[in-house]
Structures are given as C-alpha cells and as structure tokens.
Design a protein. Structure first.
Length: 93
C-alpha cells in the first residue's frame, strides 16, 4: 500500500512540475496524467469542499465571509476540474 501511494505521489509531482516550463501545447503525457490523475483528484476536492462549505455555511453567514468561503471551497476546485483546458496544469488547486 505504501509503495502504491509513493508511486502516485511521485507521478502527481512529476506531472504538475512540468507546468513550470510554460509550453504552449501540452504533451500527450500531460493530457493523460491530467485526465487520469488530476481531474479525479480535482473532482474529489470539489465534492469534499462543497460538503465542508455546507457545514461551514452558518459560520460564514455570521462572519459575512460567504463569498470568500465559497470561492475557496467550491469555485476554485470546480474551475480546476471542469473549466480549464485538458493538459493545462498551471492553474493548480
């Protein structure tokens, strides 16, 4: 189990560090890594963030920070998962 986790974390690190070179057109490996690893992780982040937002909503309403809380917990993971181009990893979570 530890070996699988180490391999996955290494793959994620390698795929996301490639964005530092700012290519115009993503490589096929980047598109595959985005589709197989980063999009599912982004979706999980979106679902968990939405659940946490619902739990935190009463506090956010009383402190008048609903917009900021929704942006961080819901909007950014949603945009990362569903609106950015496939293979573009510059705009990370």
């Amino acid at each position: 189990m530890k070996k699988i986790l180490i391999v996955l974390l290494t793959a994620i690190f390698m795929l996301t560090s490639a964005a530092a070179f700012a290519k115009e057109k993503p490589e096929p490996e980047e598109i595959i890594g985005d589709l197989v690893l980063l999009r599912p992780l982004g979706f999980v982040s979106f679902v968990v963030g939405t659940a946490v937002f619902i739990v935190a909503l009463p506090v956010a309403l009383t402190t008048k920070s609903t917009k900021q809380t929704a942006d961080v917990l819901v909007k950014k993971p949603f945009d990362y998962t569903f609106t950015r181009p496939l293979g573009e990893t510059e705009s990370g979570l």
